[in-house]
Design a binder for this molecule. Structure first.
Ligand code: NAP
Length: 287
């Protein structure tokens, strides 16, 4: 049976450390603030945003939400981002995706100033990550890396296979794992003979968005399996991209869904808000 990587417990530990850091900032009369922009009415986004606002409340970060009409024009969205860029009381800006199809999300991300890019999606953050410089790392990949660190999993020389190449998960994970000296393979929907790749992974990371897609026969015995997927079944149950019940029998480590990568994503967002605030006030960051 695999060791369970407990993202929920680790995320709680990180939030407690951040609460202390936030209290320290407050003694210097600095109150970190996160501004979240949501466009249109997306039920999944609402759940994610609620989790983020709760985490802010717990840590002591001020939280401000902008709910924009789904028909908003690109210029209006950019104008709001620019206003928040200039607002000294706002330390982090997050644009919740997805946004309606008529809007250009990459252009919107580009408008966020690097100093407040707590999601790590701007070209500056992505570029700095790719050359190994300190930067804002996209929260889900960052959470996965923190899990490896907590469980003393050294990626040096390991074959890491990532299934999924999205800009927010798969691609930044490539850089994060490379920076930890792994040999990285990335697979996607056009990959031929997927199982041949997954089966030789020392570390298999699934970020696909398909319930229980990774089955036991696709996993090497003793592999470390990280499940980024969050899928809702017809019965309303949350499941990952990995067939947990069967894969945990042969893996050495595995993350559950829920309680794995999900809470880590929110914790690392909080971490990035504190990091942004400290950098804006020229205070050294711990992370
Ligand atoms: P996405 O943008 O839809 O990307 C999915 C990726 O999976 C794509 O690269 C796609 O390939 C690949 N893929 C799809 N079908 C495949 C197949 N049959 N074989 C191999 N690869 C396949 O999704 P995402 O935003 O990265 O999210 C992935 C999952 O993680 C979702 O369940 C999402 O809800 C979850 N998620 C969780 C967190 C968290 O905090 N835990 C955060 C973000 C996302 P192509 O590029 O070729 O289309």
């Amino acid at each position: 049976m695999a060791v369970l990587i407990d993202g929920k417990a680790l995320a709680k530990k990180i939030r407690e450390q951040l609460k202390e850091e936030c209290n320290e900032l407050k003694t210097n009369k600095i109150i970190p603030k996160l501004a979240v922009i949501m466009v249109g009415d997306n039920s999944a986004s609402k759940v994610y945003v609620r989790n983020k606002s709760r985490a802010c409340e717990e840590i002591g970060i001020e939280y401000e939400e902008y709910l924009l009409d789904e028909n908003i024009k690109q210029e209006e969205l950019i104008k709001l981002i620019q206003k928040l860029n200039e607002d000294k009381s706002v330390n982090g800006i997050l644009l919740q995706s997805p946004i309606p199809g008529h809007l250009n999300i990459n252009q919107a991300f580009k408008a966020i100033t690097y100093r407040k890019d707590v999601d790590g999606f701007t070209p500056s953050s992505v570029g700095k990550l790719s050359i190994g410089e300190d930067t804002f790392i996209s929260c889900t990949p960052y959470g996965v890396i923190k899990m490896f660190e907590e469980y003393d999993i050294d990626l040096t020389g390991k074959d890491v296979v990532i299934v999924g190449r999205s800009n927010i998960v798969g691609k930044p994970l490539i850089q994060c794992c490379l920076n930890k000296n792994a040999t990285v393979t990335v697979c996607h929907s056009k990959t031929k003979n997927l199982t041949e790749h997954t089966k030789r992974a020392d570390v298999l990371i699934a970020a696909i968005g398909k319930p229980k897609f990774i089955t036991q026969d696709m996993v090497k015995k003793g592999a470390i399996v990280i499940d980024v997927g969050i899928n809702r079944t017809e019965e309303g149950k949350l499941v990952g991209d990995v067939d947990f019940e069967n894969v945990e029998k042969i893996a050495s480590y595995i993350t559950p869904v829920p309680g794995g990568v999900g809470p880590m994503t929110v914790a690392m967002l909080m971490n990035n808000v504190i990091k942004a605030t400290k950098e804006q006030y020229n205070i050294n960051t711990k992370f």
